[in-house]
Design a protein around this ligand. Structure first.
Ligand code: GLN
Length: 502
């Protein structure tokens, strides 16, 4: 392999599985591979996908991977590059969560996900040995659907610079779609892995809540936040998820006591007799015709592969929007109370007294959307309104989860669109924050229920923009979702298409 930037375009973008094989066969070294991808990253700064880069640190990680490879370490992902959404704290890179509030913040430890995918931690074993190439732009504190809420500027969609890449993991999706990295981590509270994956034409999975440790993830809404992988293929996502998962009892009490699985084991399983539930609420008039056409085409492929389509109903789908936009801000208002200028990041320069320092720090450090959520959250938790909003939303959240259990009595997997439209024009929702909220309608229900959900490229719609098929499984059915996605990817090539210029 050469290290010229062109070597990674087109078919040379081998993905996680392909590069893992190449490294093991000594076709290239981890250092050469990291170098080549870093060159691609610096050649495409216009996307604004990366917030932090540190070539020396990355190359140092790559050298360690090469040493482990030379020593015969058989860890399957050893030496493969990736980048992390900037909500995972890292020792080697600054972490900002897309906020001015955390400008220049350097964590003294790595998030569990970062340690597990990277070179481990003293008390956590050696890690998978992947090489971190930097930190990826995102909506501030992961609040948003278009990556326009980052304090460090918007990310461009590589399929069309005038469109949003989706959010909040927009940097992750854009970087993978543009081939700047083979894989990325993302976080999904209400759709932030699935929706940007759909808008950028890549594959992403949000696992069952509790599968992946939240330790070291900058908290947004703790009862919903979940990490997951974003990559070109389901096969790559399976490899990454296998390395990310597993209990972390001393650091995240909500991490489930379920051993990590090999999510690649069932990728090739036949789909004969698989019952795919189609919620009528996901396929109604709110869905744009181009999205509907691509989703229908993907469903037809799955039928050809042996799956059976079953009509189902998730009657509280629309309620997921008000429920989520009460609960997530409520949790955020509490989680974000820690940013007061005393311990982390930004502190106002001039202030009269302590209260004035808090107020100025928060006024300067938070962007508009974050302030809006803190105010909504504080309101719905306040004494007079708690029963009417927060408590009510908690009850409906439970009913939404019950609806899914009823649906899974008659189907194995649920399918539908990830979002009602393809990526919208940048600036298009500026005057109307509610438009962002409404576009989350199909991703929020699985989040509220804690179910695994995934986005798989289904084709292209208006303006040649990608469309994502959403697959939702019952708890712990990630291997099933990855199996369905992988079989679909064996008979389609949407996930292999590259945006022009990349
Ligand atoms: N778009 C949703 C929000 O703004 C979801 C974000 C997320 O999943 N982090 O809250």
């Amino acid at each position: 392999m050469t290290t010229s930037t062109t070597s990674l375009s087109g078919p040379e973008d081998r993905g996680v599985a392909g590069w893992a094989r190449a490294l093991r066969a000594r076709e290239c070294s981890a250092v050469e591979l990291a170098r080549a991808y870093l060159d691609r990253i610096s050649a495409h700064r216009e996307l604004n996908a990366f917030l932090a880069l540190d070539e020396e640190r990355s190359l140092e990680q790559a050298r360690r991977a090469d040493e482990r490879l030379a020593a015969g370490d058989a860890s399957p992902l050893l030496g493969v590059p990736l980048a992390h959404k900037d909500v995972f704290v890292t020792r080697d890179f600054v972490t900002t969560a897309g906020s001015r509030m955390l400008a220049g913040y350097r964590s003294p430890f790595d998030a569990t996900v970062v340690a597990r995918l990277g070179h481990g931690a003293p008390d956590q074993g050696p890690g998978a040995g992947m090489v971190t190439l930097g930190k990826l732009n995102c909506d501030e504190f992961a609040m948003g659907s278009g990556n326009e809420n980052s304090a460090y500027g918007p990310v461009l969609n590589p399929w069309s610079a005038s469109r949003v890449p989706g959010g909040s993991s927009g940097g992750s999706a854009a970087a993978v779609a543009a081939g700047l990295i083979p894989a990325a981590t993302g976080t999904d509270t209400g759709g932030s892995i699935r929706q940007p994956a759909a808008f950028c034409g890549i594959t992403g999975i949000k696992p069952t809540y509790g599968r992946v440790s939240r330790y070291g993830m900058v908290a947004f809404a703790s009862s919903l936040d979940q990490a997951g992988p974003m990559a070109r293929t389901a096969e790559d996502c399976a490899l990454l998820l296998s390395a990310m998962c597993g209990p972390d009892p001393d650091r995240d009490s909500t991490s489930l006591d379920v051993p990590a699985e090999d999510f690649s084991r069932a990728l090739d399983a036949p789909l004969d007799g698989l019952r795919i539930g189609l919620p009528k609420e996901f396929l109604g008039e709110g869905v744009a015709p181009d999205v509907r056409a691509a989703v229908d085409a993907a469903l037809a492929e799955l039928q050809r592969l042996g799956a059976r389509l079953v009509d189902i109903s998730l009657p509280r789908t629309e309620l997921a929007i008000p429920v989520y936009y009460v609960l997530a801000p409520a949790e955020a208002s509490s989680n974000l109370a820690r940013y007061d200028g005393v311990r982390y990041g930004h502190r106002a320069r001039d202030y009269a007294d302590l209260i004035d320092m808090y107020e100025k720090t928060r006024a300067e450090g938070f962007g508009d959307e974050v302030k809006r959520r803190i105010m909504i959250g504080t309101y719905v938790l306040s004494h007079g309104y708690y029963d009417a909003y927060y408590l009510q939303a908690q009850k409906i959240r439970r009913l939404i989860a019950d609806d899914f259990q009823r649906a899974f009595e008659v189907c194995d997997v649920i399918a539908g669109p990830v979002a009602p439209t393809v990526a919208w024009p940048r600036g298009g929702h500026r005057a109307d924050p509610l438009a962002d909220y409404l576009a989350d309608v199909f991703t929020l229900p699985a989040s509220l229920a804690g179910l695994p959900g995934m986005s798989v490229p289904a084709g292209f719609g208006e303006g040649g923009l990608p469309v994502g098929l959403q697959l939702i499984g019952n708890y712990f059915q990630e291997a099933r979702l990855l199996n369905v996605a992988h079989r679909l990817q064996q008979v389609t090539d949407h996930h292999l298409r590259r945006p022009a210029g990349f």
